[in-house]
Design a protein around this ligand. Structure first.
Ligand code: HEC
Ligand code: HEC
Length: 356
C-alpha cells in the first residue's frame, strides 16, 4: 500500500459509490442503512452516535477494535470474514488499490464531516485526477484472474462476477405485488401516519396531499381524468395500493429514501388512503394482512395488456418492417410540448401538451 495522496483520495471517491446506498459522509451525513462514516479512520468500531449496530459489531467495539488503515483494509475486503455476524450486507472489495484509495478518501472526513488535513492538496488539477497511475493498466484492461473462480466451478462459466449473497438478494428484493406478495410483516394506523407525514412529507406534498408548488399531488383529482388537465393522484388514478407501499418504501422521502421503517410505511400508506377518502377512520390500521384487500377507486379502469391478441400478433403473421404505409410519407402534425417549465410561462392554465 503506497502513501495516501490527494490523487488516491480522488480515486477513492469513485469507489465510495459502492458504499453510498448505505453510508454517508460530509457535513450533512446521517446514519442510513449503515452508520455515517465521518471520522471513521481513527474511530472505535460500533461507535457512531444514534446508530443501532449488530451485536457482532458492538462487541468488536467493546473489545477495543479501532478503525484505521490496518483494520479497515481487511474489513472492506471481506466484512463478514473479519466481523462474523455483521449486518453489513456487502461482499467486499476485491482490488487492493480500491481499498487503499477508498481509505484515503474516508480519511479526508473529520468527525464533524468537515475536511481533515489528510485532504491537503486535494485541489489537484482535474486532468491529473483522471489519470491512472502510470504503471497500472487502464481499468478495462485489468487482467481477469481466472484461476480461483474457474477452480471453484459452481455455476461460474466466464470467471466474471460472483453469485449474489442471500443478504444482497433480500436487500434488493423488496418489490410488492398487488396481491400482497412481497409485503414485509408490519402495521401502522392513519393517526400514526399523520405524524410521520407531517414531519417527512408535507414540506413537498402539502399538509393534505395537495402539494406545495410543483411537487406531485397525492390526493384529490377524482373525476378529472377526462378533463384537459387530468389530475392523476393515488385516489383518482392509481390502480393498486401495493404500488403506494412499494414506491414510498423505495423512493421517499425524496433525497432520504429508505430512511423509514416498514411500520412507518404502513402508517403513511394508511394516511394517504385517508387523505384520498378511501378510509375515514383515524384509527384504521393497515398491515401486511389487509393491504391487498383495499381497493383504489380507479382500479376497474385498468385492463390487462391485450396487445398479444391483436391481429398482427397472431401466430405465423410476419410483421411489416418496410414501406408499410402506401404512398409517400408526409408530415401531418407537429407536436408542441407546452408548459413543461412553467415558472415564467404565461400559459400556466393552458393544456399541458398540445398537438397542432
Ligand atoms: C448494503 C449496505 C451496505 C453497504 C453497500 C456498505 N455497508 Fe458498511 N455497513 C453497513 C451496515 C448495516 C453496517 C453496520 C454493521 C454492523 O453493525 O454490524 C456497516 C458498517 C460499516 C463500518 C463500521 C462502522 C463503525 O462505525 O463501526 C464501516 C467502516 C463500513 N461499514 C464501511 C463501508 C464501506 C467503505 C463501504 C463501501 C465499500 C460499505 N461499508 C458498504 C451497510 C453497508
Ligand atoms: C423533497 C421533496 C419530497 C419529500 C419530502 C417527499 N417527496 Fe414524495 N415525491 C417527491 C418527488 C419529486 C416525487 C416525484 C418523483 C419522480 O417522479 O421521480 C415524489 C413522488 C411521490 C409519490 C408518487 C406520486 C405520483 O403520483 O407519482 C408518492 C406516493 C410520494 N412521493 C410519497 C411521499 C411520502 C409518503 C413522503 C414522506 C415519507 C414523501 N413523498 C416525501 C418529492 C418529495
Amino acid at each position: 500500500m503506497g502513501f495516501a495522496s490527494a490523487q488516491d483520495a480522488a480515486l477513492g471517491e469513485a469507489v465510495f459509490a459502492k458504499c453510498k446506498a448505505c453510508h454517508a459522509v460530509g457535513p450533512d451525513a446521517t446514519n442510513k442503512v449503515g452508520p455515517h462514516l465521518n471520522g471513521v479512520v481513527g474511530r472505535p468500531a460500533g461507535s457512531a452516535e444514534g446508530y443501532k449496530y449488530s451485536t457482532a459489531m458492538a462487541t468488536k467495539g467493546a473489545e477495543g477494535l479501532v478503525w484505521d488503515e490496518a483494520t479497515l483494509a481487511p474489513y472492506l475486503a471481506n466484512p463478514k470474514g473479519i466481523v462474523k455476524g455483521t449486518k453489513m450486507a456487502f461482499a467486499g472489495l476485491k482490488k487492493p488499490d480500491e481499498v487503499s484509495n477508498l481509505i484515503a478518501y474516508l480519511a479526508t472526513f473529520a468527525q464533524d464531516g468537515g475536511k481533515t488535513s489528510a485532504d491537503a492538496g486535494a485541489a489537484a488539477p482535474a486532468e491529473q485526477k483522471a489519470e491512472a497511475p502510470p504503471q497500472a493498466p487502464a481499468d478495462g484492461q485489468t487482467p481477469i484472474q481466472p484461476a480461483p473462480a474457474a477452480a471453484r466451478g459452481d455455476g461460474l462459466k466466464l470467471g466474471l462476477g460472483r453469485l449474489a449473497t442471500e443478504d444482497e438478494i433480500s436487500a434488493w428484493d423488496i418489490d410488492v405485488r398487488p396481491d400482497g406478495k412481497g409485503l414485509p410483516v408490519g402495521r401502522g394506523t392513519v393517526a400514526t401516519g399523520m405524524g410521520i407525514y407531517d414531519e417527512n412529507c408535507a414540506s413537498c406534498h402539502g399538509d393534505f396531499g395537495e402539494a406545495v408548488d410543483r411537487w406531485p399531488v397525492l390526493a384529490g383529482g377524482q373525476g378529472t381524468l377526462q378533463a384537459d388537465r387530468p389530475q392523476k393522484t393515488i385516489g383518482s388514478f392509481w390502480p393498486y395500493l401495493s404500488t403506494v407501499y412499494d414506491y414510498v418504501r423505495r423512493a421517499m422521502p425524496f433525497g432520504n429514501a429508505r430512511s423509514l421503517s416498514n411500520d412507518d410505511i404502513y402508517a403513511l400508506t394508511a394516511y394517504i388512503l385517508y387523505l384520498n377518502d378511501v378510509v375515514d377512520d383515524e384509527e384504521f390500521e393497515l398491515s401486511n394482512e389487509n393491504l391487498a384487500t383495499i381497493r383504489l377507486p380507479n382500479e376497474a379502469n385498468f385492463i390487462e395488456d391485450d396487445r398479444a391478441s391483436e391481429p398482427h400478433n397472431k401466430p405465423g403473421v410476419e410483421p411489416c418492417m418496410k414501406d408499410c404505409r402506401p404512398g409517400k410519407a408526409e408530415i401531418t402534425m407537429h407536436a408542441a410540448v407546452l408548459d413543461v417549465t412553467p415558472e415564467n410561462s404565461e400559459n400556466d392554465d393552458a393544456p399541458a401538451a398540445g398537438i397542432e
